[in-house]
Design a protein around this ligand. Structure first.
Ligand SMILES: NC(=O)C1=CN([C@@H]2O[C@H](COP(=O)(O)OP(=O)(O)OC[C@H]3O[C@@H](n4cnc5c(N)ncnc54)[C@H](OP(=O)(O)O)[C@@H]3O)[C@@H](O)[C@H]2O)C=CC1
Ligand SMILES: O=C1O[C@H](COP(=O)(O)O)[C@@H](O)[C@H](O)[C@H]1O
Length: 593
């Protein structure tokens, strides 16, 4: 599905459209008061009317706040009442556009000279602009210490902007238009004067309109608080909202994370903080709840009664090249498991939320996180990649990175078994595995179901009944897919059974390019939709699970098991799985569709 904003529906008002409409089964979205008028197909108005009884008016943002309205800053006295009235007014089509106060959106990318900004943030902003997902009136400011002119920033950004494969028409023009809205301000991260100067430049561009300001902190964590202090005191909006997207890592453990949250909250309210975990913005992760809660065939099976184990697998076929300095201070458990994989696990295992509202979903995630048992050292395997030569090419060891100490024992691989002590999941092992410099790049969720009781066909499966159980796989990346391994009769006169797949391969079913996770998350932040961002109590619960283990690993100086660059990782991961009678599902991946 392409992220065509005219056709993106807020999850909280997701609407089904007959399959004859295929990829257009999503409803148009917001910016109703934008001067750039959108012409919707006639079926849209029918659906809006049909849903109007339940006040599901689709033509507004997912949190119910249209962007081009005046908003009091989040959390300010009376803001919710006033904002609600404004939202109601927005729904009232009798109010002419000219009577609505025009607002502007200013996005400041702090750390604009860095890797993430170039690789992900600017391209995502351009994609949103190209899909008409940003308001008519917006500007982007880059902020960093590096000295650069606006033109140099534009030049730098232009190298990483891409056009969607299926929408090349006019793309170059759109890029030029987008770049004209990009500006740069060079400043120190702890200088209030420099942020005052940024404020002055922002005001100049905002031209007296109500301004909504979004700051994206794409910088190392040790300067988060300095920036938030300066930005909130000197460059926050006086008339609209101010929000701050904070990149991970959110601390190194419970204490440092708590300290970071307390420091941020000296300057911002929780509602203004958008802690990003980009895995939550990935298409298949977003689809997890849809699959589970909107299909009768899945939700009844979603428990210990039918599920034998669940596996969350992340692997990369490259090492920490270029990021060793950052990585060595964190390791794979903090880099991937405590956030990306745990977030997926929480979504997978939570109880049904009261609604699709952000708070209802996050409440359920917190509950299930609190039901998890803190990780035990004996349920964890750590590894680190070593150098390897293959086909005349040599691959470096982790410690060959010049920014990594020679005696580093930081894990670049980890596997863990997690248990959830609640009625639904009692006794079900949730296995996580994450590693760098492995043989392949992939992220997937694998659900292995129990044996069929009294299976009439058990003799046809040979001795290994485990191989004959159903397995549901959500392949998050690459080549997104959902497939279910089933047993099937091989056509013919005999009775031979075959393991086969019911396969929903995204590129076959949905030919349009899938939006990058950062596009979805940036758009949600602009709209004030918090569902895919981490609330502080979720973060606390996540750290409580991992902090005792991390302390123990560090105190006992547990040496990682070495594995060759490009291999399947340490053998210990297989012993860990075997301890719980589990076989990693990705071992037979050559047969995966
Ligand atoms: N890169 C990635 O793939 C991912 C990154 N992240 C997170 O996003 C954030 C940004 O990542 P990334 O772009 O890779 O980071 P960079 O190391 O590239 O840093 C971004 C910018 O911050 C400034 N900076 C770097 N080091 C320091 C320092 N010690 N003191 C002050 N300023 C500094 C530099 O700008 P200047 O010198 O011009 O001021 C730099 O261009 C980090 O929190 C990272 O953990 C999260 C997921 C993936
Ligand atoms: O957060 C991080 O994610 C990337 C992997 O992201 P992906 O979207 O490319 O799968 C990982 O390489 C990095 O170490 C980590 O900090």
């Amino acid at each position: 599905m392409s992220m065509d904003c005219h056709f993106r529906t807020p999850s909280s008002s997701a609407t089904f459209v007959p399959s004859s409409l295929k990829n257009e089964m999503i409803l148009p979205r917001k910016f109703v008061s934008s001067p750039r008028k959108t012409h919707f197909p006639s079926w849209v108005s029918q659906i809006s009317v049909r849903n109007s009884v339940s006040s599901h008016l689709q033509l507004k943002s997912s949190n119910g706040h249209p962007l081009n309205a005046v908003f009091l800053p989040d959390g300010s006295p009376g803001s919710s009442l006033l904002n609600e009235q404004i939202a109601l007014q927005e729904e009232d089509k009798s109010v002419p556009d000219s009577d609505k106060v025009q607002s502007t959106l200013s996005i400041t990318v702090v750390g604009a000279s860095g890797d993430l900004a170039k690789k992900k943030i600017f391209p995502a902003l351009f994609a949103l602009y190209y899909e008409d997902c940003l308001p008519e009136d917006f500007i982007v400011f880059g902020y960093a210490r590096t000295s650069m002119t606006d033109e140099q920033l534009r030049n730098m950004i232009s190298k990483t902007l891409t056009c969607r494969i299926d929408k090349r028409a006019n793309c170059e023009d759109k890029m030029d238009e987008f770049l004209k809205r990009c500006f740069y301000h060079s400043g120190q991260y702890s200088s209030e004067e420099d942020f005052s100067e940024l404020d002055r430049k922002l005001k100049e561009k905002e031209d007296g309109k109500v301004s909504n300001r979004l700051f994206y902190l794409s910088i190392p964590p040790n300067i988060f608080v300095d920036v938030v202090k300066c930005a909130s005191q000197r460059a926050s909006s006086g008339s609209g909202w101010t929000r701050v997207i904070v990149e991970k890592p959110f601390g190194r453990d419970s204490d440092s994370s708590g300290e970071l949250t307390r420091s941020l909250k000296q300057y911002l309210t929780e509602d203004q903080i958008f802690r990003i975990d980009h895995y939550l913005g990935k298409e298949l992760v977003e689809n997890l709840s849809v699959l589970r809660f909107s299909n009768l065939v899945f939700e009844p099976l979603w428990s210990r009664s039918y599920i034998r184990n669940v596996q969350l697998i992340f692997s990369e076929d490259f090492g920490t090249e270029g990021r060793g300095g950052y990585f060595d201070n964190y390791g794979i458990i903090r880099d991937i498991m405590q956030n990306h994989l745990l977030q997926i696990l929480a979504l997978f295992a939570m109880e049904t939320p009261v609604s699709l509202d952000a708070e209802d979903i996050r409440n359920e995630k917190v509950k299930v996180l609190k039901s998890m048992r803190p990780l035990q050292l004996e349920d964890v395997v750590v590894g680190q990649y070593k150098g390897h030569s293959k086909g005349g090419k040599s691959y470096p060891a982790y410690i060959d990175d010049p920014t990594v100490p020679n005696d580093s024992i930081t894990p670049t691989f980890a596997a863990a078994a997690i248990f959830i002590d609640n009625a639904r999941w009692d006794g079900v092992p949730f296995l996580m595995k994450a590693g760098k410099a492995l043989h392949t790049r992939r992220a997937e969720i694998r659900v292995q179901f129990r044996h069929v009781p009294g299976n009439l066909y058990k003799r046809n499966f040979g001795t290994d009944l485990d191989k004959a159980t159903n397995e549901l796989v959500l392949r998050v990346q690459p080549n997104e897919a959902i497939y279910l391994k089933i047993n099937n009769k091989v056509p013919g006169l005999g009775m031979r059974l075959d393991r086969s797949d019911l396969n929903l391969l995204y590129r076959s079913r949905y030919p349009s390019e899938i939006p990058d996770a950062y596009e979805r998350l940036l758009l949600d932040a602009v709209e004030g939709e918090r569902r895919l961002f981490i609330r502080s109590d979720e973060l606390d619960a996540a750290w409580s699970l991992f902090t005792p283990l991390l302390n123990e690993l560090e105190e006992k100086k547990i040496a990682p098991e070495l594995y060759p660059y490009g291999s399947r990782g340490p053998v210990g991961a297989h012993y860990l799985a075997a301890k719980y009678n589990v076989r990693w599902g990705d071992l037979g991946e050559d047969r995966d569709p």
